[in-house]
Design a protein around this ligand. Structure first.
Ligand SMILES: Cc1ncc(COP(=O)(O)O)c(C=O)c1O
Length: 377
């Protein structure tokens, strides 16, 4: 390969949109409005409108969006929130930092998302909400999750940090639950030039309380407080950058899908297990293209030797991580999560790879898997 293969290519995003991004940033600098202003307000409106919800509430990060949304939903000490241990730590951190207790259920091994058939057994008199994650860019089984939530009078918060632009049965991520949260961390499909996030909701009450919570819980009247809040505004400069990049998002998500097809085709009939996409109902945005392979670590090393970067999301399940030991779970409690942590490997999928580069990545992986001498079997 002439050009290095990049797992994330923020330089290429910048080159593609350089003129608009430079102008957007310079305009903010010249305006002197650095705290949230017009750009952040327009971003909130544009994302909410295109997803199909009433409100977007911009925050300083996806983690803050989760913390604030849970608090705005009234979740606190004594409450339980059902989620999975196969997620980025922020999902669980936000529950604990609100004083509530995460209750884990295992994942569906095909999609890596919450297995709805396990939820009812985890519900207790303390359960207040279900928090599914749309992992790697594919929406969780929301029809079943919402049915259970309705039957037990539970709220639903979607962690859509990895899934902006995805749909299921034509319905966008972020529009299913009482609220949803997005992350615009630079490496996400829609990434800022620093930390940023957003809450999406149709609820007047959750939107209003979240707006107050992101500025210290301030009431409409300045310096009067109605909650113990946060400092979690989105910078105007991030708003301006995100508005430019948002215009490119659907093309970038389509490019990720085209790359995924190259891998799917190449790995068909091999020992590599491709991501399972629920047929026809799902538009997967491939934040990650995550395969399963039993000898994952050896494959990863071989890829690295041949110039193919890859990553493990996630190597250790949250229920066995030291800070979460107090929850009382042990190894063996969530076998599918534990197996996923041993087998998953995410391959380069970002929008600015050439088809030739993706084919090369697939060829290297296949060579390892098929050639007994290199695979050492
Ligand atoms: C599933 C999930 N939830 C929450 C977050 C937190 O978002 P942020 O990094 O913007 O705080 C992330 C992103 O890293 C994520 O992947």
């Amino acid at each position: 390969m002439k050009d290095p293969i990049r797992f994330v290519d923020l330089q290429a995003q910048y080159e593609e949109l350089k003129a608009q991004l430079d102008a957007a940033v310079l305009n903010v600098l010249a305006s002197g409005m650095y705290a949230p202003g017009e750009q952040v307000r327009l971003l909130e409106e544009e994302i909410a409108a295109s997803c199909g919800v009433k409100y977007g509430v911009a925050c300083n990060s996806g983690t803050d969006a989760l913390k604030i949304a849970l608090q705005a939903m009234g979740i606190g000490p004594g409450d339980e929130v059902i989620t999975t241990p196969f997620t980025f730590v922020a999902t669980v951190e936000a529950i604990v930092q609100n004083g509530a207790r995460p209750v884990f259920v295992d994942i569906d091994p095909r999609t890596f998302n919450m297995d709805p058939s396990l939820i009812e057994a985890a519900i207790t008199e303390h359960t207040k909400a279900i928090l599914p994650i749309h992992l790697f860019g594919q929406i969780a089984a929301m029809e079943s999750i919402l049915e259970i939530a309705k039957a037990h009078n539970l709220m639903v918060l979607e962690d859509a940090a990895q899934a902006i632009g995805s749909t299921r049965n034509g319905k966008a991520c972020g529009t299913w639950g009482d609220a949803a949260t997005l992350s615009f961390f630079p490496t996400k499909n829609l990434g800022a030039a620093g930390d940023a996030g957003m809450i999406l909701t149709n609820s007047d009450e959750i939107a209003e309380r979240s707006r107050s919570l992101r500025v210290h819980g301030m009431a409409k009247q300045p310096y009067y407080y109605e909650d113990i809040g946060h400092t979690s505004r989105m910078d105007e400069i991030q708003g301006a950058i995100l508005r430019v990049k948002y215009q490119a998002l659907s093309a970038w998500n389509n490019a990720r899908n085209a790359n995924a097809q190259v891998y799917d085709e190449a790995f068909r009939d091999s020992e590599i297990v491709c991501p399972y996409v629920e047929p026809e109902t799902t538009y997967h945005t491939y934040h990650q293209y995550t395969i399963r392979y039993e000898r994952r670590d050896a494959l990863m090393e071989y890829l690295k030797q041949h110039g193919v970067p890859s990553a493990v999301y996630y190597p250790v399940p949250l229920h066995v991580q030291p800070p979460y030991q107090f929850l009382g779970y042990k190894e063996g409690d969530f076998p599918e999560t534990e197996r996923a942590c041993r087998e998953v490997l995410s391959l380069p999928i970002q929008a600015h790879l050439t088809t030739e580069q993706v084919e090369y990545c697939a060829d290297v992986a296949l060579h390892f898997v098929r050639d007994r001498s290199v695979a050492g079997r």
